[in-house]
Design a protein around this ligand. Structure first.
Ligand code: SF4
Length: 150
């Protein structure tokens, strides 16, 4: 087994080569010890911080940005994105609020990174559509003189 990995821990971005000889990993190109562990982790169990949005019900905007509180397995990211797509959370949403506890089964939670206050008037309900990407698309088509099937 042999490969190259770019370390993303710091801005230096070392190009690390990894090869397995017997039971040993031979790691070269890392300028510090953190790169060695990073390369091994990337090879054995790659992880990522997941960042996305969840729907908000009754808020001043319709989406709240969220991220995982730590890295989760790259192999489960797609499955978790599908689960998050089906979620909705009631406003108000606070920064740091846990949206899904233990989302990966290993103690990492999904937390809000954007505050969304509760909607207080009917007028705000109309304004909140401005954050809906699908609403923006429909509006743009109409404004451009294109067909609008809504
Ligand atoms: S190996 Fe060390 S110096 Fe190189 S990018 Fe990774 S953390 Fe930075």
């Amino acid at each position: 087994m042999k490969g190259h990995i770019t370390c993303t821990i710091c801005p230096v971005g070392c190009k690390i080569s990894v090869r397995k000889e017997g039971v040993e990993y031979i790691i070269e190109g890392n300028k510090c010890v953190r790169g060695k562990q990073y390369a091994i982790d990337e090879l054995i169990n790659p992880t990522r911080i997941l960042t996305t949005s969840v729907k908000v019900v009754g808020g001043k905007c319709d989406l709240a940005s969220v991220r995982t509180s730590g890295p989760i397995g790259l192999s489960i990211i797609r499955e978790k994105m599908e689960e998050i797509k089906k979620l909705s959370v009631d406003a108000p949403v606070k920064i740091g609020q846990v949206i899904v506890e233990n989302i990966d089964g290993n103690g990492v939670s999904l937390i809000a990174t954007r505050e969304v206050p509760q909607r207080t008037s009917v007028r705000e309900a109309g304004e909140s559509k401005g954050t809906d990407p699908f609403f923006l698309t429909r509006t743009s088509v109409r404004e451009a003189g294109g067909e609008d099937h809504t």
